[in-house]
Design a protein around this ligand. Structure first.
Ligand SMILES: Cc1ncc(COP(=O)(O)O)c(C=O)c1O
Length: 289
């Protein structure tokens, strides 16, 4: 699809690192799991919707680590359970559905205290695995690219691109690139509608991280949400079908489909200039249960 553009495009297949705990999910969870086990917790609790990739990965990672897990699920459990929730249950996760209005209270002290009263001690991970340790874990993704990135360039722009939900993955990449003193552009494609707030959110994850001589620029593109989170259109579906057919790489409409659509469009418009090197993160999200 990009033959006439002088772009070197590579895909970092984080979706392939493990069958069940893969993509950005592993990087968001790894330090949380380590701290939880070292801090003598035997149970992890987190939040998500009925199709949450995070809940699915947390259930599998907890089972592999020999820890119990509780998934607080937004809204009623579907009957029969969908493949994500059935998988989580099969991994031993306790599914705790709550109403959408209660779900909105999930960050309040009163709500968390109620959960402790009901379930006892647990290590809490926020929705999407997006906390400081999750961002720190995502910094490590940059290490996988270091030899390539240091060799690349030759004055040509180098981009690293990822889909953005909460922005934690992008923040980790930016921090990782600054600390490793790279000269790169980080690009997030927002999958939510009206995601302008993410720029501030990501900036706040960055704090005042420093790296001598680093030249790191970043941006979040807001125009590729296709109507909002988990919404799709015929145009997006057609793009995904032809991408999968021509590349053999599975992508889906919630995250990676929007990411690749956005990137291809930015390349065709010249926003990503000819001659650039682009590394795209495949963050998983394709069901392979
Ligand atoms: C497959 C996939 N890609 C990308 C993202 C976006 O990550 P973040 O919320 O850190 O922006 C998510 C959500 O966590 C995801 O499940």
């Amino acid at each position: 699809m990009l033959n006439q553009y002088d772009i070197q495009l590579d895909i970092l297949r984080l979706d392939n690192i493990h069958q069940q705990v893969n993509g950005n999910k592993w990087f968001k969870l790894k330090q949380n799991l380590a701290v939880a086990s070292n801090g003598d917790y035997d149970c992890l609790l987190s939040f998500g919707g009925a199709y949450s990739n995070h809940i699915r990965a947390l259930a599998a990672a907890s089972a592999l680590a020999g820890l119990r897990s509780i998934g607080v699920i937004r809204g009623e459990l579907p009957s029969p359970l969908n493949p994500v929730l059935q998988f989580a249950l099969d991994q031993g996760m306790l599914l705790h559905p709550i109403s959408r209005s209660s779900y909105r209270q999930k960050q309040t002290g009163e709500f968390i205290t109620g959960l402790h009263r009901q379930f006892g001690e647990f290590y809490l991970i926020p929705e999407g695995g997006s906390n400081e340790l999750g961002v720190q874990g995502c910094e490590e993704i940059i290490d996988l690219l270091l030899p390539e990135l240091r060799a690349a360039g030759n004055g040509k722009p180098v981009y690293i691109a990822t889909a953005c939900g909460t922005g934690a993955t992008l923040a980790g990449l930016i921090r990782g690139a600054i600390k490793r003193q790279l000269d790169v552009r980080l690009l997030g494609i927002a999958v939510l509608k009206g995601a302008g707030f993410l720029r501030e959110e990501v900036a706040s994850w960055l704090g005042n991280v420093e790296g001598d001589g680093a030249k790191v620029r970043w941006n979040i593109e807001l125009d590729y949400h296709f109507g909002g989170y988990a919404r799709s259109t015929r145009e997006l579906q057609q793009f995904i079908e032809s991408f999968v057919l021509s590349s053999g790489i599975p992508i889906e409409p919630v995250y990676t489909g929007k990411l690749f659509f956005g990137l291809y469009d930015l390349i065709q418009k010249g926003t990503i200039p000819s001659g650039s090197r682009v590394v795209v993160l495949h963050t998983g999200g394709v069901l392979d249960i």
